[in-house]
Write a protein that binds this ligand. Structure first.
Ligand code: PDD
Length: 286
């Protein structure tokens, strides 16, 4: 499989990245994960927009236009013949030597861009049976809206979940549930969908945005409001959402069942609506 290295498609072994790259030294960079269905990028524009928004927030001047980036990603998918899979892309501020915390002047550094693809089928079994999670205090920084490659806070939380044999960690600050280690979280109570509002405490998930829009179109009441740990645990249904998981039922939290421990009807409906959205962009997926 080829990868992208800056503006070229190359063999992975041919990629050379300097040990003084600021991504390696400071995690000074951004990333995105985009899903591919039927060889077509899903919600590519939204992901690229978020990358450009993040870049602006950290004063990183990206070495391509949005159109050039999408074109390059399409070439990679075609080259690697990806039908259903993920494209992972990462951009760092580039090399600054000698090591210096301060951002170098933009004219003296060239951002480094890489992208890889993986073939990943939709996990229909998991989407039906749901996932088990733990809750943990949200120990991350206060710029969670930036999709930074600095993910220690997130991976430490995911690792805690895995050590307990669970799939995800739902995070909370004070009493408020924020998001998960690698996904957003929403609850359903009395047919109303609640999810943490966008802002600096969560990543503005693209999957969440698609789900909220389709839910609103069906007349469902959607409230982008914080909810507490207690409300999480007393919810009728709970689901996590991300590019790779889509709408994923959460059936157990801290060893206690959510409802009857099975995927509920509202989450199932949201999954169907999400599939309809995928199919409207990428064609039939089953
Ligand atoms: N994770 N919140 C966090 C902390 C995330 O890492 C992700 C995505 C999301 C959901 O965002 P989206 O719907 O745009 O994928 C929310 C990706 C998939 C990852 O890191 O692999």
């Amino acid at each position: 499989m080829k990868v992208i290295w800056n503006s070229k498609l190359v063999e992975r072994e041919d990629v050379k990245i300097d040990m003084e790259d600021r991504g390696y030294q400071f995690a000074d960079g951004l990333y995105e994960v985009i899903r591919v269905y039927n060889g077509i990028l899903f919600t590519a524009t939204q992901h690229v927009e978020r990358l450009f928004t993040g870049a602006k927030k950290i004063e990183l001047i990206l070495p391509f236009t949005k159109e050039e980036l999408i074109q390059l990603l399409k070439e990679l998918i075609q080259e690697n013949q990806i039908e259903t899979g993920n494209i992972y892309l990462q951009v760092t501020r580039g090399v600054s030597s000698p090591r210096n915390h301060a951002y170098p002047e933009a004219e003296f550094t060239t951002p480094i861009f890489t992208a890889t693809t993986t073939i990943v089928p939709r996990n229909l079994k998991m989407m039906k049976n749901g996932i088990k999670v733990i809750t943990l205090p949200d120990m991350r920084w206060l710029h969670c809206d930036i999709k930074s490659i600095s993910l220690l806070g997130n991976i430490m939380a995911k690792h805690e979940a895995h050590k307990k044999g669970k799939d995800e960690a739902i995070l909370y600050r004070g009493n408020d549930v924020t998001e998960c280690s690698a996904s957003n979280i929403s609850i359903i109570k009395n047919n109303i969908l609640y999810t943490h509002p966008d802002g600096n405490l969560i990543l503005p998930g693209i999957t969440k945005a698609v789900i909220l829009e389709t839910a609103r179109k069906t007349g469902m009441i959607v409230k982008e409001e914080t909810f507490s740990l207690k409300e999480l645990k007393e919810a009728d249904e709970v689901f996590a959402s991300s590019t790779t998981m889509e709408a994923m039922p959460v059936v157990e939290i801290d060893n206690e069942l959510v409802g009857d421990g099975k995927r509920g009807p509202v989450v199932q409906l949201l999954q169907e609506l999400y599939v309809a959205q995928i199919e409207s962009e990428c064609g039939l997926i089953h």
